[in-house]
Design a protein around this ligand. Structure first.
Ligand code: AMP
Ligand code: GLY
Length: 421
């Protein structure tokens, strides 16, 4: 098979690595990729959102399967355009990707279909939004409706902070169009967990649970980021908990999307707060999470990831997944200044230090004159796997310590809260 992976982050490196291990692979491209994906396959210099050139490339190379990583091309209709051209593409249509693209759509959809989520209301008027926030009381959560690269969510500790967030979005329009509507939402307390489901033909296969670490610094301090590390599976999430997520969240989403004429194919990512009353959905993504995918792929590679995604793209799912009973952890190394800005062009040293059962997934990296330099906020995702979570974390940190990038940083507490339980 000839496969194309679209995107350029750690998620795409992990997908390319896992897909490339399939016996069915003849050729693998990544568009546009990064310095790491260049050793998993061949990079093609086409941006992830340049949909028409990607269709032309796939047609020209007779590509059998395209796997889309990021949300932007999904919302721009890449899957629809590939299908129009008779090409197989794994991911949701633009209409189905609205579950991620509009938080107001997702919340209304959940209300229509009885998916458990926090109380909320949607506003384009600041005075009404402020008044509803006051009626919920602090803490309270304010979210920009559209995509805002993880920065459009404010968990406000007091009403002042909530009102400032509402004004920043609706009055000062700091998030542009994405913030022209806001969702004001009940604050939920509990344990966060992410559940990915590979969906096709009205069915879903749930992947092991995972947990992101969204804040920039240790002990969940500092600004929200795209994700500073991940573990999979989450120790307390047992088969019964996953079964609840399947029946209370994934099943009604698939049925609801089909009933509304926008069936969901692709990866449904449910961000969940496990409250005293059970799972409640914080958000949906219509794609694999990053960095979660970097921790999930090592649990899936005993099976055939290429085969799984190829059959899903054609509307079928295998009867089950071949899951390894191991634990994985990912430590993200980020550039100085991330997430506000990022220093680019800094040399990365120590990449040749390899260990067994470890992958250094590249995110913001670029090859320049035989050197590998930083090219983005999140630079590398050091991923290790082992029979136990402490084993995986220990090895990931060992490798992270050997890598040198001036000014870069990583969290030293990934997965730590699960080690004392
Ligand atoms: P989201 O992008 O919607 O997942 O929000 C980003 C982060 O904000 C989540 O991972 C949670 O930690 C937090 N968050 C979002 N919504 C809520 C909520 N209703 N209650 C408590 N925390 C929330
Ligand atoms: N790590 C969170 C996300 O991919 O949206």
């Amino acid at each position: 098979m000839k496969v194309l992976v679209v995107g350029s982050g750690g998620r795409e490196h992990a997908l390319a690595w896992a897909i490339g291990r399939s016996r069915r692979i003849d050729r693998l491209w990544i568009a546009p990729g990064n310095a790491g994906t260049a050793s998993a396959g061949e990079n093609v210099d086409i941006a992830a959102t340049d949909v028409a050139p990607l269709v032309d490339f796939a047609r020209g190379q007779k590509i059998d399967l395209t796997v889309v990583g990021p949300e932007a091309p999904l919302l721009a209709g890449i899957v629809d355009r590939f299908r129009d051209a008779g090409l197989s593409c794994y991911g949701p249509t633009a209409a189905a990707a609205r579950l991620e693209g509009s938080k107001a759509f997702a919340k209304d959809f959940m209300r229509r279909h009885g998916v458990p989520t926090g109380a909320f209301a949607t506003f384009d008027d600041a005075a009404r939004a402020r008044s509803y926030a006051r009626s919920l009381g602090a803490p309270v959560v304010v979210k920009a409706d559209g995509l805002a690269a993880g920065k459009g969510v404010v968990v406000a500790r007091d009403i002042d902070e909530a009102e400032r967030a509402i004004d920043a979005m609706l009055v000062e329009q700091r998030f542009g169009e994405a913030g022209s509507r806001v969702v004001v939402e009940e604050f939920l307390q509990g344990e966060e967990v992410s559940v990915h489901a590979v969906c096709a033909g009205g069915r879903a296969l749930l992947l092991p649970s995972s947990q992101d670490h969204k804040r920039a610094y240790d002990d969940d301090r500092g600004p929200n980021t795209g994700g500073m590390g991940a573990i999979a599976p989450v120790p307390w999430v047992d088969a019964a908990a996953l079964a609840r997520v399947e029946s209370e969240v994934v099943r009604p989403v698939l049925d609801g999307m089909a009933a509304e004429g926008t069936p969901f194919t692709g990866t449904l990512y449910a961000g969940i707060m496990w409250t005293a009353a059970g799972p409640k959905v914080l958000e949906f993504n219509a794609r694999f999470g990053d960095p979660e995918t970097q921790s999930l792929m090592p649990l899936l590679v005993d099976g055939d990831v290429c085969e799984l995604l190829a059959s899903a793209a054609s509307g079928n799912l295998p009867n089950g997944l071949r899951l390894a009973s191991r634990c994985a952890a990912t430590i993200v190394i980020a550039s100085k200044g991330y997430p506000e800005g990022a220093v680019a062009g800094v040399e990365i040293r120590g990449l040749d230090a390899v260990e067994a059962d470890t992958m250094v997934f590249h995110a913001g990296t670029r090859a320049v004159d035989g050197r590998i330099v930083t090219a983005g906020g999140r630079v590398l995702g050091i991923t290790a796997w082992a029979p136990t979570l402490p084993g995986a974390l220990g090895r990931a940190y060992l490798v992270a310590e050997r890598i040198h990038i001036d000014g870069a940083f990583y969290r030293s507490d990934i997965g730590r809260r699960h080690l004392t339980q």
